[in-house]
Structure formats: structure tokens, C-alpha cells
Design a protein around this ligand. Structure first.
Ligand SMILES: C[S@@+](CC[C@H](N)C(=O)[O-])C[C@H]1O[C@@H](n2cnc3c(N)ncnc32)[C@H](O)[C@@H]1O
Length: 158
């Protein structure tokens, strides 16, 4: 935080999302939470293109500290993180098919589409539209009937 002051705002944003989604931070305990484009230890800044601590997997780390069971998905390096994580390409249709139907209490996707990694791999608008639709489909599929969409940047919401 001393090196990258914007991190404080990101952590506050994530705490607020969890509070609003589950009613309180104590209610997060025991929840199975999917974080799509979780951030990683190799993620880059959209403004500088350089590696940044801002997009480490803070949401999943917070959820873990609060007693939840986060599952983080990202194309970057998550080795050594203490929560379940999978390294995959979110641009591929079906990449999330390995996750069981109705298996999460909460899901979020956050800041995938503006990331330098995504824009480099998928520069075409039609790929963005396809991936947005696919993520919305997968979020609907993996959420339990009483599950909550914690946050989505996706206009095709669950
Ligand atoms: C800006 S960070 C977002 C981190 C966090 N979700 C947040 O809201 O702060 C974007 C993340 O998307 C990941 N990403 C970009 N393209 C991807 C792809 N095709 N497949 C998987 N992850 C990708 C990057 O590795 C990066 O960690």
C-alpha cells in the first residue's frame, strides 16, 4: 500500500462488495465464491502495462481471510496462493465448463475487459461480445438458486 496508494481504494471496494452481497462481513464465512479474472501475481496495469500489486488476487485473499472458500480463475500466476485457483484462458468458450452447475454462493467478474492481457489477446470487439455472453452464461449456470452476483462489469448480467 505504501508503494501503490490506489490499493487501499481497491480493498475498500472489495470489502463493500462483500458486505452488500452477503449482508455483513461475518456472513461471508463458509460461502463458496467464484472470482473470474481474479488478478494474479503477474498481472499488469492497464495504464502503464507494467506489473502491479494493484491486481494481485486481493478479492480472493480477503474472502479467504473472512472464512470463505474462494475459487480464483485467471490467466496469470497464482502459484502459492492459499485458495483454490485455476490458470486458464477466459477468452475460450467452455473454459469454465469444469465447474459444477449450481455450486457457488457468490460470483464476480471484475475488470477483465480493460486489462492489457485481455486486450492484447482479444483485440476484436466481436470477441469481447462473445466473451461477455459466455461469462454471463457461466455465472448463471454455476450460481446456486439463492446465490448472489457480487459484482459484474458485464452488461449481460445474470
Ligand atoms: C485488471 S486485473 C483485475 C483484477 C481484479 N479482478 C480487480 O477487479 O481488481 C485483470 C485480470 O484479468 C486477467 N486476464 C486477462 N485476460 C485474461 C484471459 N484471457 N484469461 C484469463 N485471465 C485473463 C489478467 O491476468 C488480470 O489478472
Amino acid at each position: 500500500m505504501a508503494r501503490e496508494s490506489e490499493l487501499e481504494a481497491i480493498l475498500e471496494e472489495f470489502i463493500g462488495r462483500l458486505q452488500r452481497a452477503f449482508g455483513s462481513l461475518s456472513a461471508v464465512r463458509g460461502k463458496r465464491i467464484l472470482d473470474i479474472a481474479s488478478g494474479s501475481n503477474s498481472s499488469r496495469s492497464p495504464s502503464t502495462g507494467k506489473r502491479t500489486a494493484l491486481f494481485e488476487p486481493w478479492f480472493a485473499r480477503l474472502a479467504l481471510e473472512l472464512g470463505a472458500e474462494p475459487v480464483a480463475l485467471d490467466g496469470g500466476d497464482l502459484d502459492g496462493e492459499r485458495f483454490e485457483h485455476h490458470r486458464l484462458d477466459l477468452g475460450l468458450t467452455g473454459a469454465l465448463d469444469f465447474l459444477a452447475d449450481a455450486s457457488f454462493d457468490g460470483v464476480q467478474d471484475s475488470r477483465l475487459f480493460g486489462s492489457p492481457e485481455f486486450r492484447k489477446a482479444y483485440p476484436r470487439q466481436r470477441d469481447h461480445d462473445r466473451v461477455r455472453a459466455e461469462i454471463a452464461r457461466q455465472e448463471r449456470r454455476v450460481l446456486k438458486p439463492d446465490g448472489v452476483l457480487i459484482h459484474s462489469d458485464n452488461p449481460r448480467r445474470v
